[in-house]
Every structure is written in C-alpha cells, then in structure tokens.
Design a protein around this ligand. Structure first.
Ligand SMILES: Nc1ncnc2c1ncn2[C@@H]1O[C@H](COP(=O)(O)OP(=O)(O)O)[C@@H](O)[C@H]1O
Ligand SMILES: [Mg+2]
Length: 333
C-alpha cells in the first residue's frame, strides 16, 4: 500500500467560548490526499471546510484526531520544514498581499524569511516563478492594487509555490474572482501540479468548481464528511442525498423521467452549536421525508460505509440512493 501524502484521521474541532454554546465545527473527519493529486473538499458555507484546512497547515489546533504528512505525524509542534512543505492559498488575494510591497518582493519574501535567501537571489527566483504563473515581466514592479483580481491571485499562487511545497491547501481560491477568470486560475493550479507534483486540498462550496481539477472528492455537511471517493464515482454515481442536492445546482435532474427538477434543500444548514441528533442532514433531507421519516435517521449517526463495487467510494447515509448519470449529463434516480 502506498503512503498518502496527507492523512487526516478522525479530526474534530470544537470552538468553546465562555457564555456561548460550543461550536462543533469539524466532527470526526478522515481524509487523504495522494502525492501529486487533488482532493476536492466541498460543502456549503459553514460546513467546516476552512477549519479542516487551517488544521492541515497548522493554523488551528485540533480538539481531537491526528494528521500525517508522508506517514509522519505532524504532532502539536510543527517544524520550520513542515511549514514550508504545507502551504495555503486563501480566497481573497487582496488580503493575502501587503499593499506596500511590489509584486516581485511579495513573491520573493518567503524565500528570504523561510530560507534566508538574499534580496538578489529572491528577486531572481521570484521573476522565474512569476513567469511560471503566467505574469509578464512588465508586472513585476507593480503593487497589488494595480493588478486585476486574477493577476493578484496568480501572485499569491507564485508566492506559495516558490517554496516548492509538497501540499497546498487552496481555500476557495477562485470564489472571489470573475467567472471568466476562474477557469484560468484553476487550469494554472493544475499545470503547476503537473510540473511540480504538489498535492492539493482544494476547498470549494460548489461541486462544479472542483470538477475539472479533483481526482478525489469529499463532501462535507455540518462538520462531517457525508460522501467521499474517486471524483468520477462521486460525480457519476452519487449516493448521499446531500451530494445530489449540491449536484442539482450543477445539473438538472429527472427523478421520474418526467421533466427537469432541481432538488431544493429544506432550510439552511442547522447550527453547528446545536446539531440535530442522529444523521445531521435528516432535518433537510428529501429522502427522509419520502421514506416516511424513519426513526433511524433521527436516532443513529450513520457510519461511513464503503460501497460494494468501489471500496474507496464511501457514503454516510442509512438509506443511500443509487443514481446514474446518462451520457447527456442528465441523471435518473
Ligand atoms: N474561531 C472560531 N470561533 C468560533 N466559531 C468558529 C471559528 N471559526 C469557525 N467557526 C465556526 O465553525 C463553523 C465552520 O466554519 P468554517 O470552517 O469556516 O466553514 P466553511 O469554511 O465550510 O464555511 C462555522 O459555524 C463557523 O462559524
Ligand atoms: Mg471557508
């Protein structure tokens, strides 16, 4: 068996603040990222994705659980090398950049700070890196505010990749960008992965964004992974009603072969400070209603179970559906 680049075992994060109920932001999450591959971590806002990402880069301490890089425990104290090997790209490129810094110095800075490189060497390497991310030499002396959103995110990516990380957490890296440039930035990330072999934990609230970059997908709802597996299997054969609902934002459904129907979830995601008993999705689940509200959904937390045909495809639902996608892209339940 090959060792995963990143392994997260039973990660939980509870935020406790005096006088307020505890927030169960991440609840027993396990996932892996293979070397040079991309795991898409998808779910609505507030499902705990950023908190998982922050634990992976060491910005947040887990309440419980373990993290491993190349099979080695990351423990509580990270080394300088760990910080170089695991980087993070945030959603908003503007707040990731110092407005007083020129592009070339912003990109070279990590080499100076983390590796003690001199100014000249850092600038030389930064210039090379900026070309790799598709920014011309004409832009290197500009300040962040003189760039477009897409160019700014390219600068942030250059600043991250210059350290040659093994793993990068990309936290909604294109959500703040115009739709027209989102694909370009996703393609850039894919190219950089091919060249450098970096692994990505790619966070998105939308399954469509990760479709073209993710090799594997994990779907999160209210702090838990409800479905995960190879991207092809999850997209073509989703089993969890929540995955189906997220997908219906991308594709239209034909549950009975009659007309198109979009699955609309009942209400907002419940609060992680007061999650429902049993399956945390049951209060919004159309299958729960259709099946006559089975008591099991209210009483028992569903375990994550491998599907018989594809062991890596797992689903945490008492009554998973089998859905196939026909070649026209329309699905039938
Ligand atoms: N530092 C914090 N203190 C208290 N609650 C937090 C903190 N950070 C995140 N949360 C809460 O944890 C939940 C998950 O947040 P987050 O990981 O940011 O989700 P996502 O990235 O999927 O939108 C949310 O309810 C959020 O309000
Ligand atoms: Mg987030």
């Amino acid at each position: 068996m090959t060792t995963s680049l990143l392994r997260v075992d039973n990660l939980s994060v509870v935020f406790r603040r005096s006088g307020r109920p505890a927030v169960h932001a991440v609840d027993d999450v396990s996932l892996t990222v293979a070397a040079g591959r991309t795991l898409g971590l998808v779910g609505e806002s507030g499902s705990g994705k950023t908190t998982v990402g922050r634990c992976v880069v060491g910005l947040q301490s887990p309440t419980d659980g373990d993290l491993f890089l190349d099979g080695r425990s990351l423990g509580h104290k990270r080394t300088r090398a760990d910080h170089r090997l695991i980087q993070m790209v945030f959603q908003d490129p503007t707040s990731s950049l110092d407005p007083r810094q020129r592009v070339i110095d912003a990109v070279g800075e990590p080499l100076r700070v983390q590796q003690g490189a001199g100014r000249r060497l850092a600038r030389e390497k930064a210039r090379e890196m900026l070309r790799e991310v598709g920014l011309t030499d004409a832009l290197v002396d500009r300040f962040a505010h003189q760039l477009s959103g897409g160019q700014r995110q390219r600068v942030v990516i250059a600043r991250t990749m210059i350290l040659r990380p093994r793993l990068t957490v990309c936290d909604e890296p294109v959500s703040a960008l115009d739709v027209s440039v989102q694909a370009q930035v996703v393609n850039l990330l894919a190219e950089l992965q091919e060249q450098s072999g970096v692994g990505y934990l790619f966070i998105a609230h939308d399954l469509a964004v990760v479709r073209h970059i993710a090799h594997d997908v994990a779907v999160m709802h209210l702090g838990r992974v409800v479905e995960s597996g190879p991207a092809e299997d999850v997209y073509n054969n989703p089993h969890h009603p929540y995955t189906l609902a997220l997908m219906s934002a991308v594709l239209t459904t034909e549950p009975d072969g009659r007309g198109e129907q979009r699955i609309v979830l009942d209400g907002e995601m419940p609060s992680p400070s007061n999650p429902p008993e049993g399956c945390s999705f049951h209060t919004r689940c159309f299958r729960y209603e259709k099946l006559g509200r089975p008591g099991r959904c209210r009483q028992e937390v569903p375990a994550s179970i491998s599907l018989p045909k594809e062991q890596r495809h797992k689903v945490a639902c008492h009554f998973p559906t089998e859905v196939s996608v026909n070649p026209s892209g329309r699905r039938t339940c």
